[in-house]
Design a protein around this ligand. Structure first.
Ligand code: SF4
Ligand code: SF4
Length: 160
């Protein structure tokens, strides 16, 4: 998956970068008017080497169940343990092993929080530039339904 993990970037004085991008007069973040996002189902965020799809133990067990696999068998072929936690392995192409050829997720209803909260990740919401940069890799960003600031902040707070 692109956009490796969750990188919470801190600005000067240890304040989250988002606060530095707030207007002094309103104290609202740059996305106060909401942001459009509608997944186009391309699967691009699930492709490409070098990324990590982080999973908790509970998420891994739920995915194994969704695949009707014994957890030990699932862990052997689908999981890797890193110094920062559990992640799915990459397939031979470097893609998420749960990505189907048609670009769909095999365990959509049990996909990990990392996948559920895209694109409302702190690293994307730090600034408009960071959002636009991420949008070059995700055709769903800046399209479709406008999500309100409160919805965005709620999703951001779930950041894995
Ligand atoms: S539109 Fe974005 S979120 Fe949806 S599958 Fe494509 S890259 Fe992923
Ligand atoms: S678990 Fe599903 S949504 Fe998440 S990266 Fe893999 S295929 Fe994509």
């Amino acid at each position: 998956m692109q956009n490796v993990g969750s990188v919470i970037i801190h600005g000067q004085n240890g304040l989250p970068e988002t606060l530095h991008n707030m207007s002094d007069s309103t104290r609202k973040p740059w996305y106060a008017d909401g942001l459009p996002f509608q997944c186009q189902g391309c699967g691009d965020c699930c492709r490409g080497p070098g990324g990590y799809v982080w999973v908790t133990q509970d998420e891994a067990e739920a995915i194994a169940d969704a695949l009707n696999m014994n957890f030990q068998d699932f862990a052997q072929v689908m999981l890797r343990r890193t110094i920062t936690g559990l992640a799915l392995v990459d397939d031979k192409k470097g893609d998420c092993p749960l990505l189907e050829d048609n670009g769909r997720c095999r365990v959509y209803n049990q996909r990990p929080l990392q996948c559920r909260t895209w694109p409302w990740w702190e690293e994307n919401l730090v600034s408009r530039d960071r959002w636009q940069d991420a949008a070059t890799r995700c055709p769903g960003m800046n399209k479709g339904t406008v999500h309100s600031m409160s919805v965005i902040d709620c999703e951001k707070a779930k950041d894995f």
